[in-house]
Design a binder for this molecule. Structure first.
Ligand code: AMP
Ligand code: MN
Ligand code: MN
Ligand code: MN
Length: 277
């Protein structure tokens, strides 16, 4: 099996390496097929592709789209997308505008808890001024000493019931899959083990995703244990979905798994990269 990573982030969203530096790190780790999948933005793809070509890495255009499904946030990865497609571009643009509105509300919530200046503070951490996310707030709050590390900031400030939590409406599932398909891509449900959904809800999600013509499920990712990977391999088979794998790498200091350093897919699921690169 070639060394593959189909989910990671650069400074275009909430990663800390530029697209070029991320590809250089992937090359050092022996990656042969790589997709860059920044949140709601495709602006890193040209730089990453260029860097990948000079290192003999097969590069796949990717994106990770924020979706609201049954009141929860889900992430849908698009692979082999055309970043110039108008439907995809407009959709992502709307999501990024929503992020700015949400960031102002997050800052209001934190101000009520006695933390001022967090919008500007978080924005300083956003290398791409078009894309602000909770990770930028988290890095600001750690810098200011409000929490010791990124996971504890999320627990203390940025998740449900906490001062910086904002309920937000992202794209609908069918919309996100539609943009990916219209741009020629393949839609993949990212890290399904992270959503805290019951088996019945997961089955409903996979059913609806298939109906929207989504085709893939992330089986191996840094947030899945081996047991979870086996379980989602089973779902991929049952729902006739391709199995994907990706580290979800963001930063050498913050991430559990380095880019390209993934365990193999369990036996018996259909690998998504056959025919991708
Ligand atoms: P956003 O799309 O702006 O809501 O931010 C989501 C991002 O925040 C995810 O892609 C992760 O990078 C990060 N994140 C979410 N939850 C956690 C957590 N519990 N610990 C660390 N990072 C998290
Ligand atoms: Mn992220
Ligand atoms: Mn995600
Ligand atoms: Mn991700």
């Amino acid at each position: 099996m070639p060394t593959i990573d189909l989910h990671c982030h650069s400074t275009i969203s909430d990663g800390v390496l530029s697209p070029g530096d991320l590809v250089a790190r992937a090359a050092e780790n022996g990656v042969e097929i790589l997709a860059l999948t920044d949140h709601d933005d495709c602006d890193g793809l040209i730089e990453a592709r260029h860097a990948a070509e000079s290192r003999n890495i097969a590069f796949v255009n990717g994106v990770e789209i924020s979706v609201t499904w049954r009141g929860r946030t889900l992430h849908i990865v698009g692979l082999n997308i055309d970043p110039e497609n108008a439907d995809l571009k407009n959709g992502l643009n709307t999501l990024r505008e929503g992020r700015i509105r949400r960031a102002k509300l997050i800052a209001e919530g934190l101000a009520k808890a006695g933390i001022s200046g967090s919008f500007e503070g978080a924005y300083r951490f956003a290398s791409n001024k078009n894309l602000i996310g909770r990770t930028h707030f988290a890095r600001f709050l750690v810098e200011k000493g409000h929490a010791k590390d990124i996971p504890s900031v999320f627990r203390k400030f940025l998740t449900h019931g906490k001062p910086g939590h904002v309920a937000h409406q992202w794209a609908q599932l069918s919309e996100a899959v539609g943009w990916i398909r219209k741009s020629g891509g393949i839609a993949v449900i990212a890290h399904p083990g992270r959503y805290d959904l019951s088996t019945a809800a997961l089955e409903a999600l996979f059913e609806e995703f298939r109906e929207a013509r989504g085709e893939g499920l992330e089986v191996v990712t840094s947030s899945h244990t081996k047991e979870m990977a086996m379980r989602f391999c089973g779902f991929a088979r049952r729902f006739d979905l391709f199995a994907s794998l990706g580290s979800d790498f963001h930063s050498p200091d913050e991430s559990r798994m380095d880019v390209g350093r993934l365990p193999p897919l369990p036996e018996g699921c259909r690998p998504i990269w056959e025919g991708l690169a």
